[in-house]
Design a protein around this ligand. Structure first.
Ligand code: GRF
Length: 219
């Protein structure tokens, strides 16, 4: 089976993008990152992608003013041009309209730095600390028009410790993000993920070890 052609959409440093590139280097991975697109021309992740020999492009949303549809048409056009089959949002800081989302049904993934459906939106680590949760983590989900609401593919959990700061917790979650995103992409690219009643099944099953990364607690 040929490897799925994947585009990663970024806005910033692109550490998740780098993890996806690293994990898909090997030819026996069912996906390959062939294209990286940023809506921010100077995004740090672009240089990382170039260094890895991957085609990059910037589609600067500011060029389109308030015309979100025109921005998305431009984005869609270059994805089609690069014969992209799967899209991974990785720190892509633009809300997408239903039109764009509907171009990629169950073919667009996002990573969110919280255990959804808890802490949708921004500042997840600060809000997790404020809420006093004992477990936090990250979620890879299919993108649907509603923000941070699509079917959950993989989650990874970490403990929250008494002396955690936002930065410490963010770093712990990021480590897990870098594991679960390549894992989720593998499952999806292998065609093992289906959606029934808004929930992901892996190999036709509701709960699968492959879809959960649980923490090892240390004192
Ligand atoms: C990550 O925390 C991701 O979960 C969120 O944005 C951040 C992007 O970080 N969506 P990076 O650019 O991948 O380093």
């Amino acid at each position: 089976m040929s490897r799925k052609r994947v585009a990663v959409l970024i806005s910033g440093r692109g550490s998740n993008m780098a993890a996806l590139i690293e994990a898909t280097k090997s030819v026996d991975h069912p996906a390959e990152i062939v294209f990286v697109v940023s809506n921010v021309p100077g995004a740090g992740g672009l240089a990382t992608a170039v260094a890895a020999g991957i085609a990059v492009a910037s589609v600067d949303h500011r060029r389109f003013g308030k015309d979100r549809a025109a921005f998305e048409r431009a984005l869609q056009a270059i994805l089609v041009e690069h014969r992209i089959e799967l899209v991974c949002l990785a720190g892509f800081m633009r809300l997408l309209t239903p039109w764009f989302v509907e171009q990629w049904p169950q073919r667009m993934l996002n990573i969110h730095p919280a255990l959804l459906p808890a802490f949708k939106g921004l500042d997840t680590h600060r809000r997790a600390l404020e809420a006093g949760v004992k477990r936090h983590g990250a979620t890879v989900h299919f993108v649907v028009p509603e923000m941070d609401a699509g079917p959950i593919v993989v989650q990874g959990a970490v403990p929250v410790r008494a002396d955690d700061t936002e930065a410490i917790l963010a770093a712990r979650v990021l480590t897990v993000e870098h594991c679960i995103y390549p894992q989720a992409l593998r499952l999806v690219a292998e065609g093992r993920v289906t959606v029934a009643d808004g929930r992901c099944l892996v190999d036709g099953q509701q709960v699968r070890e492959a879809a959960l990364l649980a923490p090892v607690d240390r004192p």
